[in-house]
Write a protein of this length. Structure first.
Length: 268
């Protein structure tokens, strides 16, 4: 077993992967979400871990786009409480010129930054771990990142838990060539589309109520097939092999212009 994660090492994605696999699989840090998908698709890794949504900032668009096109399936989900820390190579804030972090982390800490570091330049990077690496090489720089990134790059913690929402949580997906067997406490993810006509969305949702299947998430995303055309990502309770879920999906398949089941897996 080999796990591809969004890198560099020290990201929250790596932390989520280690939580799920309990340190029993070697980790490979990838430069982008696309590369995680490609490594698993090519067989260079058996599993991939990518972020899919944050409780504060919403969905990770690139993950949704790749789920639409890949043959990989979701086999597990991981939820991780996200704690953002203000890190620096030296103590104090004297001489600080810039703060590095990921764009989503800046958004998650927006109010704290406005109150405590107004006027300090904020530079978004590809990951929190990269922000920590940059701060480790520049005494005039701060980083917003997690504890693991700070420890990896030997940075001091100037402020703990600076995220604006105390329940800030990110959901990650585990990808592989096959989904998971039923456990009795499962979730199924899918993506669907319909024609642009009155009542079309209601028609898509009706099979779930017909067969007693709970819809727990619904999110639209541009389809990239045409102007103002959308696909809808949904999570439902239950495994695709459960009879009532299978019946709902069969009925949905007769109504939807496009339907793709992304995988069934144990609910986190």
């Amino acid at each position: 077993m080999r796990v591809a994660t969004l890198g560099p090492l020290g990201t929250f994605t790596e932390e989520a992967a280690r939580k799920h696999f309990r340190g029993e699989a070697p980790m490979e840090a990838c430069a982008s979400i696309d590369e995680v998908f490609r490594r698993v698709e090519a067989g260079a890794a058996t599993h991939g871990v990518v972020p899919v949504e944050n409780s504060t900032e919403g969905a990770v668009g690139r993950t949704l786009d790749r789920l639409l096109s890949t043959k990989l399936l979701i086999c597990a989900e991981i939820t991780l409480r996200i704690r953002q820390h203000l890190l620096r190579r030296i103590p104090g804030l004297l001489g600080v010129r810039v703060v590095y972090s990921h764009a989503q982390s800046f958004a998650q800490c927006h109010d704290w930054l406005e109150r405590n570091l107004p006027g300090i330049e904020r530079i978004p990077l590809v990951s929190n771990a990269e922000a920590a690496r940059r701060a480790a090489a520049d005494e005039a720089a701060l980083a917003i990142a997690g504890e693991a990134a700070g420890a990896r790059y030997q940075l001091m913690v100037l402020a703990c838990g600076i995220e604006d929402d105390p329940d800030n949580t990110t959901r990650f997906l585990v990808l592989s060539e096959r989904d998971a067997a039923p456990t009795g406490r499962d979730k199924t993810s899918l993506v669907m589309s319909t024609g642009n006509r009155p009542g079309a969305m209601v028609s898509l949702l009706r099979p779930f109520s017909h067969h007693g299947v709970s819809l727990t998430r619904l999110e639209s995303r541009p389809s990239r097939e045409g102007l103002w055309e959308y696909v809808f990502f949904a999570d439902i309770e239950g495994h695709a092999r459960e009879p009532k879920v299978a019946r709902a999906l069969a009925e949905l398949g007769g109504r939807a212009a496009f339907l793709k089941v992304l995988g069934s897996y144990p609910a986190a």
